[in-house]
Ligand binder design. Sequence first.
Ligand code: NDP
Length: 393
Amino acid sequence: MAKILIVLFPDPVGGYPPNYARTGLPEITAYPNGDTLPTPKALGFTPGTLLGCVSGNLGLKDWLEAEGHTVVVTSDKNGPDSVFERELPDADIVISQPFWPAYLTADLIEKAKKLKLVVTAGIGSDHTDLNAANAKGITVAEVTYSNSIGVAEHTVMQVLVLVRDFVAQHRLSVAGAWNIADAVTRSYDLEGMRVGVFAAGRIGRAVMERLAPFDVKLSYTDRFRLPGEYEEKLGLEYKESIHELVKDIDVLCVHAPLTDETRGLLNDELLGTMKRGAYIVNPARGAIADRDAIVRALDSGQLAGYAGDVWEPQPAPADHPWRSMVHNAMTPHTSGATLSGQARYAAGTREILESWFEGTEIRPEYVITQGGRYSGTGAHSYADEPENDGKNS
Ligand code: NDP
């Protein structure tokens, strides 16, 4: 029997909801690339309910305990006295979400002598030191595609929110004002703007597909170029590097994973090569941007706006400068955590656990590390020198 340590965000301040704004969720049968949605043998929850918080427990607790496992569910995750760090040394499995990540550093992995499986309920396993996991032969898995479309929708929303200056207009409306002139001095149409996408993976492609009908001029960069017919269909221009990409665009959308190569990429130097008054939307990872360089660029007017939902660290401290910097439309890390997304990544987490306990193969698209090396999706996303395996075709 295993000990499973589940780290989740805290319950709502007002308590676990007794009811919801809507009943149920729309039926979605497959992801855009044809992959099936998670297929666990059973669900321990009602889709459309809050699952990512402690009381929601991803719908796993009752099932795991009925199977005889020991389950600890907590939101207390930071520091040596936290429940997470105290329970970690004899845990076999750790589960957390990128929205409220259990940071598994090399030091903590060293202390977690029994740890065999780490599951990211969501997408993006950079909160686990993957090289340290490989060194210990720990399997890391995530629920690939579970919330990609939700993030793409959030991105499109934030592009529009910035370009049209929605936040300032909404504040005026709430304040009982009708100052049209004040409300529109920073408001533009998106139509005709140049939008550049950094990394055309699942989310980046979904963003471009959703933005194309706005009659924008789309360009992108990625390690591997997309097929010609796809570029033609959306009118995409390929750029060799992010430096080439950012030169003449009005809006930059960031959709690359956080790796040694992408950490701190949006720095003073790169921002200085952008057009004055450009916007950035980054729902990938906060650490891809240099925190203070973004603030400086907004203050000087080099950037006209910055949005996204990812911060470093998470949760962001109350005095994080991105909370109060000018012309920001930040949200806490929510784009992939809608009730729709939660239902899919909770089901995917259960599917991963079922496979693990039955000793059957975890779907390769979910696997990041296995047997001491990057494997499955991880072999492409996180390995230093990935091959073009046709993933983008
Ligand atoms: P994918 O793996 O489908 O796409 C990532 C893309 O980034 C791939 O096309 C990859 O290139 C490209 N890439 C990687 N490194 C570089 C680089 N150095 N330069 C250029 N391109 C690069 O992932 P997703 O689209 O599903 O997710 C992207 C990221 O979004 C995740 O890693 C995660 O950090 C974040 N995310 C955020 C969420 C949120 O709630 N805000 C939820 C889900 C994800 P190629 O494959 O061609 O080699």
